[in-house]
Design a protein around this ligand. Structure first.
Ligand code: NAD
Length: 294
């Protein structure tokens, strides 16, 4: 569903302080993007290495812009100082929106969301960057489901223009509109979509991954498929894309889609991606997936 007038974001709540839970591929990217467009953001993880990696990536991206003469070293410093990495919840009571970007696991997400809801102001918006889990389902663990929406960025966050803003059954117009407004401030193109497993984009993308997996089972060479899909016009083929997404995240998300659409998305065999996951091949994040990264 296209954003209607009431979701346009004009006149809605201004977000002056954000926080992101998780400093992984997505959390780190969201922090970088918010900071680059002027919104201070607290980045919380449970692992110091993740925080270091998130900050490292942000510096690398900003450093590239300095090299190209698009940013001064002083502005790079200012942008980095807008990201505050932390292992604890200090200062969460002054935050206007919290974007949850932890692992794609409903149990972990509901636990983290209800934990954080107890620490924030009454009107703080809680948003989930889940790829596939229904927002109405996640809202069941919350006391104030009206403040909860989906805010689904795509990977890599700094390059992908789209953000799906997902309206759960109980999400308020105000929460949706403020999230739309923040996405715009972050330089993105938000669309408001209805809630269901996978929302809009992943309802298209996951059947595509399933089609790719069947083709490989039928004997196709995955590298050849990637090359063909690039010639077809996609920026990368499905195997490379799964490595970028994270094989672990892809497998968790595929499980949610299969549970959500058992009539359509429940293969009766183990996918190649699942086999790789069982063999600890998580994609670019640990250096080996479909491809090997040195
Ligand atoms: P990731 O594995 O790179 O990062 C997850 C991070 O969450 C890790 O650093 C982990 O330490 C941290 N974490 C776990 N429990 C936590 C907690 N209780 N509090 C704070 N941090 C915690 O995963 P990712 O790829 O960044 O995915 C995060 C979310 O974004 C998932 O829901 C995923 O489905 C979604 N998403 C992923 C992509 C993608 O392409 N990878 C795209 C869009 C959305």
């Amino acid at each position: 569903k296209k954003a209607s007038k009431k979701h346009e974001g004009k006149g809605s709540k201004e977000i002056s302080q954000a926080a992101v839970l998780g400093a992984g591929i997505m959390g780190g990217g969201i922090a970088y993007q918010a900071a680059s467009k002027g919104t201070p953001i607290i980045m919380k993880d449970i692992r110091t290495e993740a925080l270091d990696l998130g900050m490292g990536e942000a510096s690398k991206l900003l450093g590239k812009q300095v090299e190209k003469g698009r940013l001064t070293p002083a502005d790079m410093g200012k942008t980095l100082s807008r990201i505050r990495p932390t292992l604890n919840y200090g200062d969460f009571n002054s935050v206007d929106i919290i974007i949850e970007a932890v692992v794609e696991n409903p149990k972990v997400k509901t636990a983290v969301l209800s934990e954080v809801e107890g620490l924030v102001k009454e009107d703080t918006i809680l948003a989930s960057n889940t790829s596939t889990i229904s927002i109405t389902y996640l809202a069941k663990s919350l006391k104030r489901p009206e403040n909860f929406v989906g805010m689904h960025f795509f990977n890599p966050v700094h390059m992908m223009p789209l953000v799906e803003v997902i309206r759960g059954e109980k999400s308020s117009d105000e929460a949706v509109a403020a999230t739309v407004k923040l996405a715009q401030k972050m330089g993105k193109t938000p669309i408001v979509v209805n809630d269901c497993p996978g929302f809009l984009v992943n309802r298209v993308l996951f059947p595509y991954f399933g089609g790719f997996d069947m083709l490989v089972r039928d004997g196709a060479d995955f590298q050849a498929v990637d090359k063909v899909m690039e010639k077809f016009g996609w920026p990368m083929g499905p195997a490379y894309l799964l490595d970028v997404v994270g094989i672990d995240t892809g497998v968790h998300a595929a499980k949610i889609m299969a549970e959500g659409f058992p009539d359509r998305m429940q293969p009766n065999y183990k996918s190649g991606t699942e086999i790789m996951f069982e063999n600890n091949r998580y994609g670019q994040k640990n250096g080996k997936g479909y491809y090997v990264y040195e």
